[in-house]
Design a protein around this ligand. Structure first.
Ligand code: PEP
Ligand code: MG
Length: 581
């Protein structure tokens, strides 16, 4: 029995035999064309049209984020600029497969160079190219295996098209070598409710050799057919488990199913077993997901990422465009709290009209409140639109500034919000300095919300966009937890709200620990609400604090998670699961 650790998504547990996904095929060879340029071009374009049609057909069989991702990929296959570069390459005597590969690599490299949101989409482009090359070379379309029985899918990483169309009656769980908590695979797995542990590191999916497409020498950690237990709550994959471990996992699976029936229903408010209210809110990037968030039990919105609306805009959005979007969202949440974050431009979310494109290190540059101060007209327009939308609806609007460093920036934001008649103005705690100075920051504004994605990135000096650094971007790290504890304690002293709106809040056991550290509300991707609600309902504040203390005393993320989970498991064994009220 061997145990691997990674980033768990949700709190499910599954067991079953492994089926490995073949690693991506090596790049096509750059042999001269066999056919005339026009025929090679025809071959390439026919393949791309086929790929686009296939992606559209797959999109029609799904919905939500998965559908949007697949349709975006279908558009990439039809892109006229890519097609024109392919034509130039075939005219120069390249074969169809190489021309497709080279053209998509060219555009993929520019997206990586553009950084942030664009760089994350480069993987989608690469996947379109791999599909088209397989088509040209008469190879099967890359994708999930089909062993003919339910299985645990093990892959180096998964393309969105693969994840979106997994047959959920066959796939028991997903394990990937790469990919972090904010990757497409994580987002889709969360939305689809698939048990997943990502970023486990080297699991034996080494480059192809003739004998075994997976192994190029060395012993892989796992082979097809080997039984594993995938425990998302613990973030572990156990290979060759003992009979006792299998029985315990099966019991845990059953208990989770029971609990969901009993206490996790979306009609219940978020609260601890002792009755302490912990509002559970939604993270949204546009008003489009608002109705679904309500249906999934969101009590309000804890983070409305307004910059997601304008990622492709060349100029600042008009007050009317903004007013319409904000009014749509606020109308769905009448009478409820909605925290709108003003534009967080820069780094992973670059906005052409606000960010310079020559910063050597955008994550440490003109980002968040810094960029807004440099473009105060943009901030003023946004606050005006938010204020008018609040007046036109009956939602309880709170506004929040991103990437704040200290009290002076908090005071600047609070003062400007007051000018626009916005009574509730707060800031995000994403920079370690702001956590260390939380009490003075809170003295200048009405609330704080901890952004654990950036707080982990800046505390651990690990770029949140680099899948290869996923093992470091772990909000369970005690260094991150200690900073959150400082913010929680400051909030308690001054009697102001300390929310958490990073991905950490979507991890059910970490959610309990965050409450133990002093979080007063949690905001997350709506599909995570039910699991978090059910988990919170099992523990009292004292038990959450005990789990938090155990995690704070650990010296690594893995140890912190194990220590907190041990305390929580012992607590629930002592009192039994308490259904949510
Ligand atoms: C965060 O950093 O945790 C956060 C919620 O903000 P974003 O992910 O949008 O940067
Ligand atoms: Mg952030």
């Amino acid at each position: 029995m061997t145990t691997f650790s990674g980033v768990g998504i949700g709190r499910g547990i599954a067991q079953g035999p492994v089926a490995r996904m073949a690693p991506p095929a090596p790049p096509p060879s750059r042999l001269a064309a066999h056919l005339a340029p026009a025929e090679e071009l025809e071959l390439a374009l026919t393949a791309l049209t086929g790929v686009s049609a296939d992606l559209i057909a797959r999109a029609e069989r799904t919905d939500g984020t998965a559908q949007a991702v697949l349709l975006a990929q279908a558009e990439m296959a039809e892109d006229p600029e890519v097609r024109s570069l392919i034509e130039q390459l075939t005219d120069q005597g390249c074969n169809a497969a190489w021309a497709v590969y080279a053209a998509f690599s060219h555009f993929g490299d520019s997206m990586i160079a553009a950084g942030g949101f664009h760089a994350e989409r480069a993987a989608d482009l690469k996947d379109v190219a791999a599909r088209a090359v397989a088509h040209i070379e008469g190879q099967p379309t890359p994708g999930a295996p089909d062993p003919g029985h339910p299985y645990v899918l093990v892959a180096r990483d998964l393309a969105p098209a693969d994840t979106a169309l997994l047959d959920l009656s066959q796939v028991l769980a997903i394990v990937t070598e790469e990919g972090g908590p904010t990757s497409h695979t994580a987002i889709l797995a969360r939305e689809m409710g698939i048990v997943a542990v990502l970023g486990v590191g080297d699991f034996g999916l080494t480059p192809a050799s003739a004998a075994d497409p997976f192994d190029a020498g060395g012993t892989p950690a796992v082979r097809d057919g080997q039984v594993v237990i995938v425990d998302a709550a613990a973030g572990t994959v156990v290979v060759d488990p003992t009979a006792e471990a299998l029985a315990a996992a099966a019991a845990q699976q059953e208990a989770l199913a029971e609990e969901e029936k009993a206490g996790g229903g979306s009609r219940n408010w978020g609260r601890l077993a002792d009755g302490t209210r912990i509002p559970l809110l939604a993270n949204l990037g546009s008003s489009a997901g608002a109705d679904e968030a309500r249906a999934l039990g969101a009590e309000g919105v804890g983070l409305f990422r307004t910059e997601f609306l304008f990622l492709d805009a060349a100029v600042a959005p008009s007050i009317d465009t903004q007013w319409q979007e904000y009014t749509r969202l606020l109308s769905v949440f009448s009478g409820r709290k909605v925290v709108a974050r003003v534009l967080d431009a820069g780094a992973d979310k670059p906005l052409a009209f606000m960010n310079p494109d020559d910063e050597p290190n955008p994550a440490l540059g003109l980002r968040g409140i810094r960029a807004l101060r440099a473009h105060e007209d943009v901030l003023r327009t946004q606050l005006q639109a938010l204020s008018e939308a609040a007046d036109a609806t009956s939602a309880d609007l709170w506004v929040m500034a991103p990437m704040v460093t200290d009290a002076a920036e908090a005071a600047y934001f609070k003062a400007i919000c007051t000018e626009y008649g916005l009574p509730r103005a707060g800031v995000m705690i994403e920079i370690p300095a702001a956590a260390l100075l939380a009490e003075s920051v809170l003295a200048e504004c009405d609330f704080v919300s901890v952004g654990t994605n950036d707080l982990a990135q800046y505390t651990l000096a690990a770029d949140r966009l680099l899948g290869t650094k996923a093992y470091l971007q772990d909000p369970w790290h005690p260094a991150v937890l200690r900073l959150i504890a400082l913010a929680g304690a400051a909030g308690l002293r001054v009697g102001k709200d300390v929310g958490v709106c990073g991905e950490a809040a979507a991890d059910p056991r970490l959610a309990v620990v965050l409450v133990g550290l002093g979080a007063t509300s949690l905001s997350m991707a709506p599909p995570a609400l039910q699991d978090v609600r059910a988990e919170l309902s099992k523990y009292s504040r004292e038990q959450a604090k005990a789990a938090a203390d155990a995690a704070l005393a650990a010296s690594s993320a893995v140890a912190a998670r194990a220590a907190a989970c041990a305390v929580l498991t012992a607590s629930s064994a002592a009192v039994g699961a308490v259904p949510a009220r």
